[in-house]
Write a protein that binds this ligand. Structure first.
Ligand SMILES: NC(=O)c1ccc[n+]([C@@H]2O[C@H](COP(=O)([O-])OP(=O)(O)OC[C@H]3O[C@@H](n4cnc5c(N)ncnc54)[C@H](O)[C@@H]3O)[C@@H](O)[C@H]2O)c1
Length: 249
């Protein structure tokens, strides 16, 4: 029996990377999965893969920076599967790379809209349905950069710190109603998000992790699974790193 049997889960940004790995793992653990993304082509490929493996899954196109899309995503989920128990607000972008004085204003707005406001919109519309279902778990994907800074990514660092703080507030507000809310902070993970970085930079980044390697998406998905499942029933309002020791320095 899977640890998510009978649960319905939304995963945003599930067409690739960490979201894709999470959607596949959740389906394997018995959840009915809603794969959501702006990337319809790759999202549908993920759905086909899950179906072939015997999972129950649908694709819903949604841009997390749009409140209406988030509302519609929850509505379609409940219409298709009858309830909502779990949400992983994972969609995110890296954004421009530049020092603060040179950072483009439109890039700042885009990163904050997707990486921070997107998590707020998602959580806002997911909570009432999770309460109706008798409780559940929301996992917001932050980053090691939700705990420490790095040069050339002011918007990303600000957004991810925002996700960590926002998660604590939502957790306090809804703890008594059975909604657990936690954030996950991956170190650098081998996904298309890192495609903007050259080999030399990637080698340098590996060296920042005591394990001297990048993480794999499924290593992050395993932590998300634990936080989403009832195995973490007394866990809420916290931040969990999966970072090869990055933050231990
Ligand atoms: N890869 C890393 O090193 C790393 C490290 C720490 C945190 N993270 C975080 O993990 C999450 C997933 O990242 P990933 O590495 O799997 O990236 P990825 O680029 O492989 O996948 C991100 C997915 O999000 C989707 N997406 C982008 N903008 C969207 C929007 N507005 N609405 C809906 N979907 C959208 C993309 O289409 C893509 O499928 C992100 O929040 C990212 O910030 C990643």
């Amino acid at each position: 029996m899977g640890s998510l049997n009978g649960k319905v889960a939304i995963i945003t940004g599930a067409a690739k990377g960490i979201g894709e790995a999470t959607a596949k793992l959740f389906a394997k653990e018995g959840a009915k999965v809603v794969v959501s993304d702006v990337d319809e082509e790759n999202g549908k490929k993920v759905v086909e893969g899950i179906k072939k493996a015997g999972g129950e899954v649908i694709f819903v196109k949604a841009d997390t920076s749009s409140p209406d899309d988030n509302k519609n995503l929850v509505k379609k989920t409940v219409k298709e599967f009858g309830a909502l128990h779990i949400a992983v607000n994972n969609a995110g972008i890296g954004g421009p790379l530049a020092k603060t004085a040179d950072y483009p204003i439109d890039g700042w707005k885009q990163v904050i809209d997707i990486n921070l406001s997107g998590v707020f919109y998602g959580t806002k519309f997911q909570i009432p349905e999770i309460i109706k279902a008798g409780g559940g778990s929301i996992v917001n994907i932050a980053s090691i950069l939700g705990q420490v800074g790095t040069a050339n990514s002011p918007a990303y660092v600000a957004a991810k710190h925002g996700v960590v703080g926002f998660t604590k507030t939502a957790a306090i507000e809804y703890a008594e109603e059975g909604v657990r809310v936690n954030s996950v902070g991956p170190g650098y993970i081998k996904t298309p998000l890192l495609s903007a970085l050259d080999d030399e930079t990637l080698e340098y980044i590996k060296g920042l992790h005591p394990m001297k390697r990048l993480g794999e998406s499924n290593e992050v998905a395993e932590l998300i699974l634990w936080l989403a499942s009832d195995k973490s029933s007394f866990v809420t309002g916290n931040y969990y790193a999966v970072d090869g020791g990055y933050l231990a320095r």
